[in-house]
Design a protein around this ligand. Sequence first.
Ligand code: FES
Length: 105
Amino acid sequence: PKVIYKDTHGGEYEVDVPVGENLMQAAVDNMIDGILGECGGVMSCATCHCYVDPAWVDKLPAAAEFEEDMLDMAIDPQENSRLSCQIEMTEALDGIVIHLPARQF
Ligand code: FES
C-alpha cells in the first residue's frame, strides 16, 4: 500500500509502505523531510507529528490517551494531528494522504 506525504511547499512524495510498518519509520526510511521520529517510535518525542488528511481521519483507529497527551507537545496541533509512529500501515489505508507540518520544533 502507498502513502502520499505532502509538504507545506507543495511537494508530494508517494511511498510504498509494507503492511505493519508505521508511517514515521516509512518517512524516515525514505528520507521524507518533515518527520523526525527522534525517539524511534516509543511516543516520547512528538517529532513525528503529522496531519492526517481529513478524508482519512475516520479510517484510523482513534488516538490513545497517551498519544493525545504527546500531541499537546507538538508544534501547532490540530484536530487531525497524529503521531505518525502510531499509524500502522494496513491495506485499507492504501492511498492515505499525510500532511507534513511546517516544522517539528
Ligand atoms: Fe517519537 Fe513518534 S517517533 S513520538
